[in-house]
Write a protein that binds this ligand. Structure first.
Ligand code: HGY
Ligand code: MN
Ligand code: MN
Ligand code: MN
Length: 403
């Protein structure tokens, strides 16, 4: 055994001991919370045990270099944050497999012939501040740092204040073009969020593309009032157009054969004996064509406005984030396919940091079988044999790219 060498499943078990969520099940690890900060420390220690040099960029993403930083670097990694009540593998599998791949390569006396680093990106899920891939998007210059720093969590804490409390400097947030320019190729291993590999009875796949996807906030405004003393004819209850819009989202998605989800509805003040004054509703819409996503959102917005007219309410729709459909770099994809002889090619409906970086650098993804096909929930799963097969596949790909 070499210093730091552990099977991927042991690394995952270490990660799994942090951020369990007793209320929702699964894991809740959100930007700059105790759980996420302790996972940052865990990663830095695991990387240091492997002789990697860890640095934190201005957007709090972690980079662990095997040798000197430099241009045309081969980078692999993923994220350690989660959705609320998320599974054990979405993000951590990519980070643990990257560490395990370094172990496998070092055990084989491999030395990278190019600059080589592991990366852990911040707030990929947007679970606290609502903007997915926040860390990679900031570094890639895909999101305005001032807008990002102003975003607040459900308790009204801003990214800037949360960063400061965690010991980071908000003034350092922003595009890092030199760092992005140094990336020669980025490969992200990720648990499959679907049943493609399970149905193919195969452990590992290479990604072809990511659906276009975005998030919109619908803010419905009415008049807060007393649940008992307010006659129906005197009400302007925003919960009604919000509820109508949730149902309209599903109808519209079916009509366009796209995907639309309302995963969060937040009334204010939220008392059980209070007619809400406002209701915030978050819409997640996705399709392999950007135009379809926009048509879906337009239709849902029209339904929201019609429902508001009936209830004397207003609605304001804000685009929170959007990423057009991503086709991964074909040449890099083909190199992975040559290395992972016979691996199938699968699209994904999930967003990833690799999708954000794809507009700036050649990126690729490797998927590992998830027998349940479920993700963003505690039932997300990967078998030990597939986990180790994934790390071996990643090591083979990295050897090919970094030799
Ligand atoms: O939402 C997504 O698709 C990703 O898991 N952040
Ligand atoms: Mn996810
Ligand atoms: Mn993920
Ligand atoms: Mn993701």
């Amino acid at each position: 055994m070499i210093a730091g060498q552990e099977p991927t499943s042991a690394l995952l078990a270490e990660i799994a001991s942090t951020g369990t969520d007793p209320h929702r099940g699964g894991y809740s690890r959100h930007l700059f919370t105790d759980a996420e900060l302790s996972l940052r420390e865990w990663f830095a220690e695991a990387a240091a045990r492997r002789g990697l040099t860890v640095e934190v960029d201005g957007n709090t993403n972690l980079w662990a270099w095997w040798g000197e930083p430099g241009a045309s670097a081969v980078i692999t990694g993923s994220h350690l944050d989660s959705v609320p009540g998320g599974g054990a593998f979405d993000g951590p599998l990519g980070v643990a497999s990257a560490l395990a791949a370094v172990d496998l390569l070092r055990a084989d006396n491999f030395q990278p012939g190019k600059p080589f680093a592991l990366a852990v990106f911040a707030e990929e899920e947007g679970g606290r501040f609502g903007r997915a891939c926040l860390g990679s998007a900031l570094t890639a210059g895909a999101v305005d740092p001032a807008d990002a720093l102003r975003r607040t969590d459900p308790d009204g804490v801003s990214v800037a204040d949360a960063a400061r409390r965690a010991g980071f400097d908000p003034a350092a947030f922003g595009p890092d073009p030199d760092r992005v320019a140094r990336i020669g190729q980025f490969v992200e291993l990720h648990v499959e969020q679907g049943r493609g590999l399970a149905d193919l009875d195969t452990p590992v796949a290479v990604a072809s593309s990511i659906l276009a996807h975005g998030r919109w906030r619908f803010r419905f405004t009415g008049q807060g009032n007393h649940a008992g003393t307010t006659r129906l004819e005197d009400r302007r209850d925003p919960m009604l157009p919000a509820a109508a819009t949730v149902l309209a989202a599903r109808r519209t998605a079916a009509k366009h054969q796209a995907r639309a989800t309302v995963g969060r509805l937040q009334p204010v003040p939220g008392g059980t004996n209070v007619i809400a004054s406002t209701v915030d509703m978050w819409l997640d819409a996705r399709d392999d064509r950007e135009t379809v996503v926009m048509n879906v959102v337009d239709d849902i917005t029209a339904a929201a406005e019609a429902a508001c007219r009936e209830e004397g309410c207003q609605v304001v729709v804000t685009k929170e984030s959007f990423l057009a459909e991503v086709a991964f770099d074909a040449a890099l994809r083909d190199r992975l396919l040559e290395t992972l002889d016979g691996a199938p090619v699968l699209p994904t409906g999930a967003g990833h940091d690799a999708g954000v970086l794809a507009s700036s650098v050649p990126t690729a993804m490797v998927f590992v079988r998830n027998p349940t096909g479920i993700s963003h929930a505690p039932e997300e799963h990967a078998e030990t044999a597939d986990i180790e097969a994934g790390s071996r596949a990643l090591a083979a790909v990295l050897r090919e790219l970094a030799r």
